[in-house]
Write a protein that binds this ligand. Structure first.
Ligand code: A3P
Length: 319
């Protein structure tokens, strides 16, 4: 509703008053907290997460930008990590649960609503997810030996995916945002967890530094060769595929299980809800690379290419 800020504590409302704000996407406003844009309830959850989360050396943390393919990464990481516990073709949890219910978000789920979750209940190693930028992660994530998988997607497709998704979940009372308006906001960085270039660059630069605690992945690479990327992921998570598994084609099976076509058509993803109240079906749209050509004018595309050229110059990160 447009009254999304009413339930917040007075202390938190006070903080919000001190932050720069912009027109919001799912809420009336978004705010600039620690140099990234975010919704009020999420900022509250992130502060809770920052203050209370204690990383363990064995933790595995998936980090993404919204709409970059988080659902897919969660599915693959869960399937790779738990492949000894479940048969891939029969009764696999991914056949009856949405990936977001198997790999919880720290800010949308575990630390939401001022909860202090008991994380000792989670299976070991703990597989967790977040959209929080590197510079705003709790210190214990940076200081422990936990591992981070960072995953991103080319910004043109990420924007198109975000705009379609947000227009589906945006409260009607807030009125629509045209693709042109949305685009202009995206290019200024004013979309959840944006600016997108800062999010990607912080993790990219960090992934180049020793120790080897971060794996950098891209949606486009996984689309091109999902089996190869699954093997990279398995190696990094500490559960490489054995020769026997290679012979049996286990990575190929996991790749099929996690494919867009397979997940999208499951009943749980057609009719269920996760991350609170989202309809799972909204998490699956086209699942292709390059759909931006169908939605952005050449001039809009040119603007993003210009931004990428300027912001990513010299970093080695390319799309
Ligand atoms: P499109 O809107 O371009 O189709 P997120 O999971 O971070 O919310 O990202 C959603 C995007 O990932 C959507 O992109 C969605 O279709 C795509 N997606 C979801 N599951 C996928 C899968 N198993 N394989 C490939 N893409 C997937």
């Amino acid at each position: 509703s447009t009254n999304d800020e009413e339930e917040l504590s007075d202390e938190f409302k006070e903080l919000l008053l001190s932050l720069p704000k912009e027109r919001g996407w799912r809420t009336s406003h978004i705010y600039l907290y620690q140099e990234f844009w975010c919704q009020p309830k999420e900022i509250q959850a992130i502060i809770n997460f920052q203050q209370h989360f204690q990383a363990r050396d064995s933790d595995l943390i998936l980090v993404t930008m919204p709409k970059s393919g988080t659902t897919w990464l969660k599915a693959m990481a869960f399937a790779v990590l738990n492949r000894k516990s479940f048969s891939i073709s029969k009764n696999h949890p991914l056949l009856t649960s949405n990936p977001h219910d198997l790999v919880p978000f720290l800010e949308y789920k575990l630390y939401a609503n001022n909860q202090l979750p008991d994380l000792s209940m989670l299976p070991q190693p703990r597989l967790l997810a977040t959209h929080v930028p590197f510079s705003s992660l709790p210190a214990s994530i940076k200081n422990s030996d936990c591992r981070i998988v960072y995953w991103c997607r080319n910004p043109l497709d990420t924007f198109v995916s975000s705009w379609h998704f947000l227009m589906k979940v945006r409260p009607e009372t807030l009125g629509p945002i045209s693709i042109e308006e949305g685009f202009e906001m995206y290019c200024r960085g004013a979309m959840a967890f944006g600016p997108f270039w800062k999010h990607m660059l912080e993790y990219w630069n960090e992934s180049l530094e020793p120790p080897n605690k971060m794996l950098f992945m891209k949606y486009e690479d996984a689309k091109e060769d999902p089996v190869f990327q699954l093997k990279r992921l398995a190696n990094f998570l500490g559960v490489p595929f054995s020769f026997e598994e290679e012979r049996e084609g286990v990575a190929e099976e996991i790749s099929r299980l996690c494919s867009f076509e397979n997940l999208k058509n499951l009943e749980v993803n057609q009719t269920g809800r996760s991350i609170g109240y989202f309809e799972n079906k909204n998490l699956f749209r086209t699942g292709v690379v390059g759909d931006w050509v169908n939605h952005l004018t050449p001039s809009m595309a040119g603007q993003i290419f210009q931004i990428m050229k300027g912001k990513l110059a010299g970093s080695g990160l390319e799309f």
